[in-house]
Design a protein around this ligand. Structure first.
Ligand code: ATP
Ligand code: MG
Length: 542
């Protein structure tokens, strides 16, 4: 690109991000966004957001709005905002130009026949009997196509290139098809629509895009891209550059598959926190910074090997580590009564907001005779090396005192429902007590002031590492990616948080001691819902 600027080929670099508004953006799109905006930024250039809305069947304004929101949230601001459908008139006249030059023709073959005539990688294609229609007749028929005189699929317009080209994309590709469908932007104005391969190079050229960055599967289309730009007499000549798609282990990313997960009720919408969509990741608690560093650090190669999903977790931990407050929350509560602590007394203890970032200051946490701890932090018959509570054992309560388990109460089923402990006032945190040591430190919340909260814990939605490669229900296929959906991807638990958190807002993030990073779900209503973004260490092994 530097060369293009230096030798005067371009005065300014112009890129574009061209989503089709047929679904929500996912993390793969984030890679394309970061590349397009990033490259233009590096060279002080411009980037357009362009909706590639040339296929009326699948597109919707809901998607247009979500895409704008997601691009902004990722931290990018477009220069021009365009809709490919606003170029339909110009595309139509460029198609007429091709017909006039003898470079396009109306074909009456059916879709099946066209496929058959196209040949294979090893066998050349066969010319359609309609290939040599006179120019006048082609002009006439194309106009009739536009006027709605034919039904869907009755005719198509094809570029006349080379039926024996070794590159199948050049074997007279279809450039216009008939589709009597209402379009989200142009309504019923059109019943013919340009094909992607024809429309995309024209869109780029119309906007003066200099570098058209796309994914690697378009490499074989590059000769067609250049053919269209050249033969349609476009003033500006964009250059197509390919990069490798982003794939992540245990993640499906294509919109077609994500849509299936939504429609078949495997998740609760496109923004379900288990989805790899930008809106899902936002709701889960990922930050734009973490997504950007993930994309940048995992690199721009042409290869498409899947990136380990734990890399994403790594980058969000790194981002949140120094930024978010630490706090305590009990996810599976077990009540503890501290029998030697005065009844009715509340004591406010000092704790750092984030020990790794002292600038965040201190917080106050209440302590009293009744607290909650995790059920897992008590065992009646512990195995070796279990350093938490069991009858007769002593542990440290984080930021508070040592407590010792004196007895436990069970219900009629034998489940432990309450512990009775004693505390040692000498052992208060921060007083430098060195009298004796304990091996376990557990977290807790004071029971009478605590705030109820719901915790949602996640596992990967898909249990197959290479899920993206599993093809969809082709007839007779034994398994589809839907067979790999994890039935335990969501666990909902009811617990308690510290009272100083009663004022938290949607999207606030915290590190809960021992449990990991959490985000306040924006759909929390009467109760706080905390989505676990990631645990403190990666623990999930398949
Ligand atoms: P999908 O298969 O998910 O529908 P798409 O390529 O059809 O993806 P578009 O809306 O056409 O989706 O994509 C807009 C841009 O994002 C394109 O330039 C596309 O190449 C890029 N893109 C889509 N998926 C990925 C991915 N996994 N990695 C990198 N770039 C991607
Ligand atoms: Mg697509």
């Amino acid at each position: 690109m530097i060369k293009d600027l230096e030798n005067g080929k371009h005065e300014k670099i112009v890129t574009r991000f061209p989503p089709e508004p047929n679904g929500y953006l996912h993390i793969g799109h984030a890679k394309s966004i970061i590349l397009n905006f990033g490259l233009a930024d590096d060279f002080n250039g411009l980037t357009n957001l362009r909706f590639d809305d040339t296929n009326p069947v699948k597109e919707d304004i809901e998607y247009v709005n979500s895409i704008k929101e997601d691009v902004k949230w990722l931290g990018f601001d477009w220069d021009g905002l365009f809709f490919a459908s606003n170029y339909f008139e110009e595309m139509y006249s460029r198609a007429i130009l091709l017909i006039q030059k003898g470079l396009a023709y109306v074909d009456d073959l059916s879709a099946d026949e066209i496929r058959e005539y196209r040949g294979t990688l090893t066998a050349p294609g066969k010319e359609s009997p309609y290939r040599n229609r006179p120019i006048e007749e082609n002009l006439e028929l194309f106009e009739q196509m536009r006027n709605g005189n034919f039904g869907n699929g009755e005719k198509v317009l094809r570029a006349k290139i080379d039926m024996s080209s070794p590159n199948i994309n050049l074997r007279d590709p279809i450039i216009y098809r008939i589709s009597h469908t209402t379009h989200h932007n142009t309504g019923d104005k059109w019943c013919i629509y340009p094909m992607y391969a024809f429309a995309h190079p024209l869109e780029d050229a119309i906007e003066g895009v200099t570098h058209s960055i796309c994914t690697i599967e378009f490499e074989d289309q590059r000769p067609l891209y250049n053919w269209i730009v050249e033969n349609c007499d476009m003033k500006s000549q964009p250059q197509q550059i390919e990069f490798g798609r982003l794939n992540i282990t245990n993640t499906v990313m294509s919109k077609r598959k994500l849509k299936k997960l939504v429609e078949e009720g495997f998740v609760d919408g496109w923004d379900d926190p288990r989805m790899p969509t930008i809106s899902g990741m936002r709701r889960r608690g990922f930050t734009p910074e973490s997504i950007r560093s993930f994309v940048i650090e995992t690199g721009v190669s042409k290869g498409s090997g899947a990136v380990d999903s734990q890399m994403l977790e790594h980058f969000v931990r790194e981002d949140l580590k120094l930024k978010v407050p630490r706090t305590m929350g009990v996810i599976k509560p077990l009540k503890v009564v501290i029998t030697n602590y005065p009844e009715g007394q509340i004591e406010w203890l000092d704790a750092e907001v984030n020990p790794e970032n002292p600038e965040m200051g201190m917080r106050k946490i209440p302590f009293s005779r009744e607290i909650y701890i995790e059920q897992d932090d008590f065992m009646e018959n512990p195995p070796k090396k279990y350093f938490r509570l069991f009858p007769g054992n002593e542990v440290r309560l984080k930021n508070a005192y040592f407590i010792k388990c004196e007895e436990f109460l069970t219900d009629e089923k034998g489940e432990v429902i309450e512990l009775h402990c004693t505390y040692d006032p000498e052992t208060k945190s921060g007083t430098g007590f060195t009298g004796r040591k304990v091996k376990g430190t557990i977290h807790w919340v004071e029971a009478t002031n605590s705030v109820p909260a719901e915790f949602r814990l996640y596992e990967p939605l898909i249990l197959d590492e290479t899920a993206e490669e599993i093809e969809e229900e082709t007839e007779g296929a034994e398994k589809t990616f839907l067979d790999h959906v994890n039935p335990n991807s969501l666990e909902i638990l009811q617990g308690f948080i510290e009272p100083n958190m009663a004022e938290v807002q949607a999207q606030d993030k915290f590190q809960f001691f021992r449990h990991g990073y959490f985000n306040v779900d924006p759909k929390s209503t009467d109760k706080f819902i905390f989505n676990r973004i990631v645990s403190l260490k990666s623990s999930f092994k398949i």
